[in-house]
Design a protein around this ligand. Sequence first.
Ligand SMILES: [Mn+2]
Length: 197
Amino acid sequence: MTPRVGEIRRTTKETDLLVRVVLDGRGEASVKTGIGFFDHMLEAFARHGLLDLTVEAHGDLHVDGHHTVEDTGIALGTAIARALGDRAGIRRYGDALVPLDEALVRAVVDVSGRPYLHYEIDIAKWQMLGDYDVFLTPEFFRAVVLNAGLTAHLDLVRGDNPHHIVEAAFKAFARALDAATSIDPRVAGVPSTKGTL
Ligand SMILES: [Mn+2]
């Protein structure tokens, strides 16, 4: 099987981005966004989703992290869509429950072609994690889901520590996405009775 690769360069007045995804990878990441905690999350996403990920982001961090995080999500979603191509042969559905100490997050992904995000991860205590604003997390996932053409449900089952909760969310989404995008040799063509995803 030829590796499924998607790449995008995206430049606006706010960010300049290169994102490359190899879906059938080994979890190797080369990530530089200028936001340490966000790099940590993207590296965890690659490792636990077993995809190879390159991210080079130069954003307007003198404003704040918002444009960089959201635009990285847009580019990552676009790269995933490109890597998926016509979506033939995939399992389509995937889910994962991932704990990190007291935090437990559930992710369910449908590679549906119908972009929708249900996000119910309420972090009671707002805080910055280094230069990363925890409230940017739904902005990132919304951007990925809309641009990749996924349906995703992310729910916090329980948790307290914002670092743990956000990290469990990235890992759960990674595992669910890996399962949903993996190839099942029994699947003939596109897994939809409609004939297209
Ligand atoms: Mn961590």
